[in-house]
Design a protein around this ligand. Structure first.
Ligand code: 3PY
Length: 276
């Protein structure tokens, strides 16, 4: 079952997207509709349940994801879960149940913050893929509706190849282990979080560009991902930055956020109004 982000990945075209940090389903639908008809159709929206004001409340996530996917030719909705890679391997089931809720709600993919070891990446894959690849549980009666698929059985047949599994490289340990993480089967891509990456490496956060030492690490991660045959994603905060990252070869690029776009849009209109 294809969707906008997967289409871009398969066509080797950069997929631009935006962070969704707040709001209900009306807000999410407006954001999704705003992306339809932009020059870049292969877009995505990330429900930020890590730092945004969208806690991973399954009922709410289901409504927001349904609103986005109700938009014809619209973007793919993905979920960044709250639990980090450290949520596995210490006995916590955080990553497991959060991925389950996100995917059962119909998300086209998941993003797990701060994945620092190949063991953590493998755990992410186990939670995201149905057997025989992983151990994701099967049984939601709603997921296939969101995918516009007729039966749960059909969803089971397409989910492993259609769900996009992304891990964030944004810790010093993650950088040290980046090659082994990239090589984990079932991981589709590495998503660089330049803010956490900078502070983990002992540098200030990007303002707006990363410190040159951090930039070097970013380019190394991009090269490692591609060498392993994986996609590489980058978080940006403006269209100008995003265009540059696309030209560098990034496959998936965050352009802005709901709140950021609202603020800059308002500021631009008010500046225009005052310039008369
Ligand atoms: C980071 O830059 O740390 C991110 O995770 C993107 O918000």
């Amino acid at each position: 079952a294809a969707h906008a982000l997967l289409n871009a990945f398969r066509a080797n075209k950069p997929a631009f997207g935006t962070w969704l940090t707040t709001g209900g389903f009306v807000h999410a639908r407006s954001l999704a509709r705003a992306l339809v008809g932009t020059p870049q159709q292969q877009s995505w929206i990330m429900l930020d349940c890590e730092h945004g004001l969208l806690p991973l409340n399954p009922a709410r996530a289901t409504e927001v994801i349904a609103a986005i996917h109700g938009v014809r030719d619209g973007p793919s909705a993905l979920v960044r879960i709250p639990a980090t890679g450290q949520g596995v391997g210490n006995g916590s089931e955080g990553v497991n149940w959060q991925i389950k809720y996100a995917l059962d709600a119909g998300a086209r993919g998941v993003l797990v913050p701060m994945v620092s070891t190949p063991a953590q990446a493998r755990e992410v894959v186990l939670s995201s893929r149905f057997p025989p690849v992983g151990r994701r549980g099967f049984g939601s009666p709603y997921t296939q509706e969101n995918w516009d698929i007729q039966t749960a059985g059909e969803y089971l047949n397409v989910a492993n190849e259609s769900v996009v599994v992304l891990v964030q490289i944004e810790t010093r340990e993650g950088v040290q282990n980046v090659q082994a993480i990239a090589e984990v089967d079932g991981i589709d891509g590495l998503f660089i979080g330049p803010y956490d990456l900078s502070i983990s490496l002992g540098y200030p956060p990007p303002s707006p560009d990363p410190h040159p030492q951090v930039e070097q690490v970013i380019q190394e991660i991009l090269a490692v991902a591609h060498k392993a045959g994986k996609k590489c994603a980058m978080f940006c905060t403006s269209g100008t930055q995003a265009a540059r990252r696309a030209a560098e070869g990034f496959d998936m690029i965050n352009v802005t956020s709901d709140v950021g776009a609202m603020q800059s849009g308002l500021a631009a209109e008010f500046r225009a109004a005052a310039s008369a």
